[in-house]
Design a protein around this ligand. Structure first.
Ligand SMILES: NC(=O)c1ccc[n+]([C@@H]2O[C@H](COP(=O)([O-])OP(=O)(O)OC[C@H]3O[C@@H](n4cnc5c(N)ncnc54)[C@H](O)[C@@H]3O)[C@@H](O)[C@H]2O)c1
Length: 312
C-alpha cells in the first residue's frame, strides 16, 4: 500500500455509527467499511439496521452487526456501548450521527416537539460522546469521535429547534475536544448541506433545482460526498485536527448573493446520481420512490410545507 493511502487506512479498526441504518449514517458506515473497519450499526429500528449490517459485511468482507438503541436514553446508550466493545473487542471510532428534524413555524411549535429535537440532537449526541469518551479513556489508546452537525448550525434554513440543536453540536464538540485532548481523543464534527436521505425525501424537484442553482459545485449533495471527509476524520490523517467543524456543502453557504452562479462545465454529479442512495434507503424501508420528490408517506408535514412553497 502507498504511504499516503496508509494514512487513510482503517483496516481492523472498530467503529460504532449511530443512526447507521439509512441515510447519512449508512453512508458513514459504508465509508468506514470501504476503508477496512468493522462497524456496529446503532439504531432504533433493528430490522433496517440488520439489513444494512448484512449488506456491508457481504460487500466489504468486514464484521458488521446492528445494536438496537434509542440514543435519548442514557442507560440504553451505556449498554449499547458495552455490547459494542464486547462484540468488537475494543473501540477506535465513534460516529454520532442520529438526528431528527421536526418542521413547523416557530410561533406554533409545541413544547413536545422542541424537547424531542433537543433530546435526540443534543442530549442523545452528548450521551453517545460521553459513552465513547469513557471507553477511550479506559482503553488508554486515544480514539476518534465524529459528530454530525449541519450547515444549519450557521445558516437559518429550518426552524429554531433544529438550527439551535446543530449549533449546540458544534460547541459541545469543541468543548469535548478541549477536555479530552489529554487522552489523545480527537473530537470533530461534520456539517453537511442538503442531502436526499429519508429525512429529506420530501423535496420537490423545483426545490432540488433551486439548491443546485445556489450551490457553486452545482449539484445536490450525495451521501457519497461525505465518504472522504469521514474517512479523513476517522483516520490517522487527522491526528492533529480536533474541535473542528468540517463543512461539506459544495459552497452552498458561501452566500454569494451578488455573484451570479454560472457554470462553465456540467456538475460532477447528475440529478439521477443524486438519488441513488435515497432509492436504496427507501428500498430498505419498504417505501417506493416518488419521481416528483414528494414521498408523502415518509414525512406528510414536510411534503405539505415544501409542496406549498415549491410544488406546481
Ligand atoms: N439530510 C440532510 O440534508 C442533512 C443535512 C445536514 C445534517 N443532517 C444530519 O445528519 C444526521 C442524519 O440525517 P439523515 O438525513 O441521514 O436522517 P434520516 O432520517 O434519513 O436518518 C436518521 C437515522 O437516525 C436514526 N435515529 C433517529 N432518532 C434516533 C434515536 N433516538 N435513537 C437512535 N437512532 C435514531 C433513524 O432511525 C435513522 O436511522 C442527522 O443528525 C441530521 O440532522 C442531515
Amino acid at each position: 500500500m502507498e504511504k499516503s493511502a496508509k494514512l487513510f487506512d482503517l483496516t481492523g479498526k472498530k467503529a460504532v455509527v449511530t443512526g447507521g441504518s439509512i441515510g447519512i449514517g449508512r453512508g458513514y458506515a459504508t465509508a468506514l467499511a470501504m476503508a477496512g473497519a468493522d462497524v456496529a450499526i446503532v439504531n432504533r429500528d433493528e430490522k433496517t439496521g440488520a439489513k444494512t449490517a448484512a449488506e456491508l459485511a457481504e460487500t466489504y468482507g468486514i464484521d458488521s452487526f446492528c445494536i438496537p438503541c434509542d440514543v435519548t436514553d442514557p442507560d440504553q446508550v451505556n449498554s449499547m456501548m458495552d455490547e459494542a466493545v464486547k462484540r468488537l473487542g475494543r473501540l477506535d471510532i465513534a460516529v454520532n450521527n442520529a438526528g431528527i428534524a421536526l418542521l413547523g413555524a416557530d410561533e406554533n411549535v409545541p413544547p413536545e416537539d422542541w424537547k424531542k429535537v433537543m433530546d435526540v440532537n443534543v442530549s442523545g449526541m452528548f450521551y453517545c460522546c460521553q459513552a465513547a469518551g469513557r471507553v477511550f479513556i479506559r482503553q488508554g489508546n486515544g480514539g476518534k469521535i465524529v459528530n454530525t452537525a449541519s450547515m444549519s448550525a450557521r445558516i437559518c434554513n429550518c426552524n429554531a429547534s433544529y438550527n439551535a440543536s446543530k449549533a449546540a453540536v458544534v460547541q459541545l464538540t469543541r468543548m469535548l475536544a478541549a477536555e479530552w485532548g489529554q487522552y489523545n481523543i480527537n473530537v470533530n464534527c461534520l456539517s453537511p448541506s442538503y442531502i436526499l436521505t429519508p429525512m429529506h425525501a420530501s423535496s420537490p424537484l423545483k426545490l432540488r433545482e433551486r439548491i443546485r442553482e445556489l450551490t457553486p459545485l452545482g449539484h445536490v449533495q450525495r451521501v457519497e460526498d461525505l465518504y472522504g471527509p469521514l474517512i479523513f476524520l476517522a483516520s490517522e490523517a487527522s491526528n492533529y485536527v480536533t474541535g473542528t467543524e468540517l463543512l461539506v456543502d459544495g459552497g452552498h453557504t458561501l452566500n454569494s448573493w451578488l455573484v451570479p452562479l454560472k457554470r462553465a462545465l456540467p456538475p460532477r454529479v447528475s440529478p439521477q446520481e443524486e438519488v441513488v442512495q435515497l432509492k436504496h434507503d427507501l428500498d430498505l424501508l419498504g417505501v417506493s420512490y416518488d419521481e416528483n420528490g414528494i414521498n408523502e408517506a415518509l414525512h406528510p408535514n414536510m411534503a405539505e410545507a415544501f409542496g406549498a412553497m415549491f410544488g406546481d
